[in-house]
Write a protein that binds this ligand. Structure first.
Ligand code: UDP
Ligand code: MG
Length: 307
């Protein structure tokens, strides 16, 4: 019999864990596979680990892995994928925003052999702050324009994959991980299931606006080098502009003479060019800092306990 591993990252989710398992276990039982769960406690400070231990006492199929501190959801997913032994591996959130009843459909898609992966995307952003939706859309437009890797708008991390795809993902050992890009970068045939946004059952979202912004920068830097070209493009544009202006001022001086004027304009130009230069150095700095962190080859996560 084939085995399905379900990877569930949890960070301060003591309320959601029992609800999740109560909803997910019956769905998994109905499937034509053996199921195991890998819960990853991402350095929670509440009773998450105790809840997981209690769950393991009750059900042998439950495993857990506990981090030495909070490493983030990306690291938690990586750890879970690494621990999972199944022929198929699913990743899902513990807050029931990823409906467990879809597992059957997803498994059928991959078992049929037509697809290596069945992924989900939400088609609406209902219940999300307006401003956040606006920035999210802008981010997807931008990254898809400047990156060769397709990042699907509204794609969730909820997906079920075949073993070869999981191994491919594990072979990407970068520390600064942007899964939406990684899933797409490794390729394989993906089927998309769509559903409406669902509110989380308990607890609250771990993503602040600021965290999301930094995460989107990770995505852009991880999957596009286009920003590095901005300096070159702006350099050329400003050289051309300068050339036209030089011609203009030479001709103007020859015809009308040269009264000294234009001090404010000068200040504006100096400020603007200075700003653009700093901006471009900043972009270089972003790539350099990522390169620096990657070259240290630090582990993606550190586990304190695993069972
Ligand atoms: N999560 C995690 N580590 C973190 C933040 C979140 O493992 O540092 C987990 C969290 O417990 C949940 C999933 O990632 O199972 C998605 O988090 P959340 O629901 O807060 O994100 P949202 O659904 O709002 O995007
Ligand atoms: Mg959620």
């Amino acid at each position: 019999m084939k085995r399905l591993s379900i990877v569930v990252p949890c960070y301060n989710e003591e309320e959601a864990i029992p609800l999740y398992f109560a909803a997910c276990a019956p769905q998994a039982d109905a499937l034509d596979v053996e199921t195991e769960w890998w819960f990853v406690d991402d350095g929670s400070s509440d009773g998450t680990l105790e809840k997981l231990k209690a769950l393991r006492q009750r059900d042998e199929r439950v495993h857990y892995l506990s981090f030495s501190r909070n490493f983030g959801k990306e690291a938690a997913m990586y750890a879970g994928l690494e621990a999972a032994a199944g022929d198929y591996v699913a990743v899902m959130d513990v807050d029931l925003q990823d409906p467990p009843h879809l597992l059957g459909t997803m498994l059928a898609g991959v078992q049929g052999g037509a697809y290596d992966c069945v992924a989900t995307r939400r088609v609406t952003r209902k219940g999300e702050p307006r401003l956040r939706s606006f920035f999210a859309r802008a981010f997807y437009r931008l990254i898809n324009r400047i990156s060769k890797t397709e990042v699907v708008d509204g794609a969730r991390d909820f997906r079920l994959m075949s073993r070869p795809m999981v191994d491919a993902i594990l072979s990407l050992r970068e520390v600064s991980r942007f899964s939406k890009g990684i899933f797409s970068w490794v390729g394989f045939r993906t089927q998309w299931l769509e559903y409406e946004n669902i509110q989380r059952v308990a607890g609250e979202t771990k993503w602040s606006f600021w965290k999301l912004l930094l995460y989107s920068l990770d995505g852009i830097i991880g999957f596009s080098t286009a920003p590095l070209g901005i300096a070159s493009v702006m350099g050329i544009v400003f050289c051309l502009l300068a050339f036209v202006l030089i011609l203009f001022f030479i001709i103007k001086t020859l015809i009308w003479g040269d009264p000294v004027a234009g001090f404010p304009a000068m200040i504006c130009i100096i400020l603007m060019l200075g700003g653009i230069q700093l901006f471009c150095i900043g972009i270089l700095g972003q790539y350099l800092s990522k390169t620096y962190l990657e070259t240290k080859h630090r582990p993606i996560y550190i586990a304190r306990e695993k069972e």
